[in-house]
Design a binder for this molecule. Structure first.
Ligand code: AMP
Ligand code: MG
Length: 354
């Protein structure tokens, strides 16, 4: 299949007639059962008609994703939620008021309209109303319900720029909408509203502290930061290895001096064994490292920058053929919880404490 590329300026005033035409064309592809990758404020999504079971099957096939890993349904108006869920609890209205449109996904009981192919066989459905205006327009032109997981091959870091979508999806889908670099860089927070208290299944930009201000007590699924809890994660996708670079990634935890000493010794030893070494560091410690490739993920003072750069940095190590990667560790509070969740999964929970 030939994949069509179109460019949209995401954050610049009104769409031009050409851009609007390109988005209409993308919408028609989705309505006709095809797939289009598009930018959102979190990461690039791979969109298909959420109410068409064939479209969902195609999404799983294009990503190489296990079919028990459910998709998030994206809508562009709050009212549309009533079509796809069996009941809208008060908690859903409250958090929609507070965080929609935005990087928050809620899990609710699904209506009969949503095929089980879209929900990975579950009776619940994940719903999000993104704030990105390109995403909103595309959803509108697509008929209102777009199933869109991240637009990467299953297991790889989620794409934050169109170039990485092309890398994974070229020839597998009908169209890629290139809207430049996304703003947040990590996937949405997922909160399950079918249980009481509500439970965070995947941390994201909207933190537990933010949710608790609106909902009162909110729990976090125990599998979010731990490897072997003996419990199956409630977000089925979280049980799979995820976000992983091709090189072997190790997270190093400890005081800054000890971390830099350990990483420099480890990369020196790896180099002697013929490995190409890399470090994911913060600007505060960057000058200390001696690896072949040293990447700055941001400043410790700016968690949003770290969130935005993490997946890009992981992809860059792949592009440069790095085989052994070491990363600093981060405080797992606030947005740091989402950062550590992705980093630990990317590392397959390989952590060294020094
Ligand atoms: P992605 O869109 O690639 O970020 O993946 C979507 C995530 O949402 C996966 O980890 C899914 O397991 C999770 N998810 C989607 N629908 C549900 C649901 N009904 N219940 C629990 N988790 C869900
Ligand atoms: Mg994903």
């Amino acid at each position: 299949m030939k994949t069509l590329m179109v460019k949209i300026r995401r954050n610049a005033g009104e769409f031009t007639p050409e851009e609007d035409e390109a988005l209409r064309r993308a919408g028609k592809i989705i309505r006709d059962g095809g797939l289009v990758a598009f930018p959102t404020e979190t990461v690039y999504g791979l969109g298909g008609d959420a109410l068409n079971r064939e479209s969902s099957r195609k999404i799983y096939a294009a990503k190489g994703r296990p079919s028990d890993n459910p998709l998030i349904v994206h809508i562009c108006r709050f009212e549309d939620i009533y079509e796809i869920v069996s009941e809208v609890p008060e908690t859903a209205v409250k958090i929609a008021d507070a965080f929609w449109p935005g990087p928050l996904t809620m899990i609710l009981n699904k209506s009969e309209k949503v095929p089980t192919e879209t929900t990975g066989g579950l009776d619940t459905v994940a719903v999000r109303l993104p704030s990105d205006r390109t995403a909103q327009k595309l959803i509108e032109y697509s008929g209102g319900y777009v199933a869109a997981p991240s637009a990467n091959l299953s297991g790889r870091p989620s794409p934050t720029v169109a170039r990485y979508v092309v890398e994974d999806m070229d020839g597998r889908i009908e169209m890629i909408v290139d809207g430049g670099e996304v703003g947040i860089g990590l996937e949405s927070t997922i909160v399950d509203l079918t249980v009481s208290p509500p439970q965070i299944l995947r941390p994201g930009y909207v933190t537990r502290e933010m949710l608790e201000k609106v909902l009162g007590r909110v729990d976090t699924d125990v599998t979010v930061l731990k490897a072997d809890t003996g419990q199956a994660p409630k977000a089925p996708g979280m049980k799979y290895r995820h976000y992983a670079p091709k090189g072997e990634l190790t997270v190093v935890e400890g005081k800054p001096d000890a971390v830099t000493v350990y990483i420099n010794e480890a990369t020196a030893a790896d180099s002697r064994n013929g490995e190409k070494t890399g470090v994911i560091g913060t600007s505060e410690l960057l000058a200390e490292y001696r690896a072949d490739v040293v990447k700055c993920v941001g400043s410790r003072e700016d968690e949003e920058a770290i969130a935005r750069h993490l997946f890009t940095v992981l992809r860059e190590f792949d592009e440069e053929g790095v085989t052994k990667i070491y990363s600093e560790s981060f405080e797992a509070a606030g947005l740091g919880q989402a950062i550590m969740n992705r980093l630990l999964k990317a590392a397959g929970h390989k952590v060294i404490r020094v």
